[in-house]
Design a protein around this ligand. Structure first.
Ligand code: FES
Ligand SMILES: [Fe+2]
Length: 389
């Protein structure tokens, strides 16, 4: 298992789908059944701010309790939080050197999740290990991959060097719909006009620049009459070229090139209980070279970008309230969304993920956690819920 992964591109394909066209996105008119979507896709997720790790930080995420910590040498770890001995929360423990120590009986685990010390005995049982997740710290945030190996590197903007950018503070909102309905609106041509007051100036271009990435590019005119859009037109310009790239189903990288301004941000989403989706946004601005500009201008540039970006997105959350996926109600006009749904269900998931969850309760609380991957199913009301694979 890998804990701290290199940010150099490594692409590990697993068995389900080797056929994605790297240039042209394929097309189909039949939407997939709801039970073909994984509840917690193999993708990158935002865990916390790096500054939260002055001590171990434990939280419930992806239907399980995980803990992140920094070892003394600076290695970052994200592992299952419920101790393999009797389930105490390692987030209440402490870091000693390269290990995290359980608060209950002082068992110690490394960043790879393996127990290497039990007080009073030299025999370490085989079950004494925590599931560990590949983790990366970038721009002051901790991200982890839901799987034993990252299937693709932590995404950034294709044309940009991450070291040349600074990140703003997180903004967040909850979409009252599943992760895949939330993600599909990046390919929902009708909503650009209806929700965002953007008039497409040409048909959108959709392609797959990477087997795990689906990109939508379009040029639009800003029509909005809200105060925010009026300001945007004055300061940034009337037309914009948008690029939305979805990685792994849940991690979205967005650029907006206006006549006089450039916007870049990511939306890291995560499925929540009850079929909702947490969306956490981070805006980026070019890093200033001189320290004075970095101290004075950079925070302002980031705050302005955050203001406009959050303003653009937050209204959308209320429009998504209660939206549900039903393949029977999709029409040919929804083709780009249907294509997205088919693409996302065909994405490779870690082979290990599928066979270990045996019930929703076990998937959430089993000790140790083993990449629980229930699938999403529709109950009789059409509301999504998670059930075991
Ligand atoms: S519960 Fe963690 S060491 Fe006993
Ligand atoms: Fe939108």
């Amino acid at each position: 298992m890998i804990n701290a992964v290199s940010e150099k591109p490594t692409l590990l394909m697993s068995s389900r789908n080797h056929s994605q066209d790297p240039v042209r996105a394929s097309s189909s008119v039949t939407p997939p059944p709801i039970n073909s979507f994984p509840a917690y896709p193999a993708s990158w997720y935002l865990f916390c701010r790096a500054s939260d790790l002055r001590k171990p930080h434990s939280k419930r995420i992806l239907g399980r309790q995980l803990v992140a910590f920094h070892t003394r040498s600076g290695k970052i770890a994200v592992i299952a939080a419920r101790c393999s001995h009797m389930g105490a929360d390692l987030g209440r423990g402490k870091v000693i050197g390269e290990f995290i120590q359980c608060p209950f009986h002082n068992w110690k685990y490394g960043a790879d999740g393996v127990c290497n010390h039990i007080p009073g005995t030299s025999t370490i049982p085989g079950f004494a290990r925590q599931t560990s997740y590949p983790a990366v710290e970038r721009h002051g945030f901790v991200f982890f991959f839901n799987g034993p190996e990252p299937l693709f590197p932590l995404p950034f903007f294709f044309d940009a060097n991450q070291h040349e950018f600074s990140a703003g503070k997180i903004f967040s909102y909850i979409s009252d719909c599943t992760w895949f309905v939330n993600a599909a609106h990046g390919y929902d041509t009708q909503h650009f006009d209806a929700v965002h007051d953007r008039k497409l100036l040409a048909p959108s271009q959709i392609d797959c620049p990477n087997p795990f990435a689906r990109r939508n590019r379009y040029r639009a005119e800003v029509l909005g009459r809200t105060k925010l859009d009026k300001l945007l037109k004055i300061f940034a310009g009337r037309t914009v070229e948008i690029t939305i790239t979805n990685w792994g189903g849940t991690f979205v990288v967005i650029t907006g090139d206006f006549d006089r301004a450039h916007s870049r941000f990511i939306i890291a989403t995560q499925p929540l209980d009850g079929g909702k989706t947490l969306c956490e946004g981070i805006v980026f601005a070019p890093r200033a070279n001189n320290p004075l500009a970095r101290a004075l201008l950079e925070p302002m540039a980031l705050a302005v970008r955050r203001f406009f970006t959050y303003g653009y997105l937050k209204d959308e959350a209320s429009r998504l309230l209660g939206t549900r996926y039903d393949p029977g109600t999709m029409i040919p006009h929804d083709r780009d969304m249907i294509d997205f749904f088919n693409w996302v269900v065909a994405l490779p998931q870690s082979v290990r993920n599928s066979s270990l969850a045996t019930s929703p309760a076990k998937a959430e609380d089993s000790i140790p956690d083993r990449f629980a991957q229930p699938i999403v199913s529709a109950d009789s009301t059409g509301t999504s819920s998670t059930t075991p694979a």
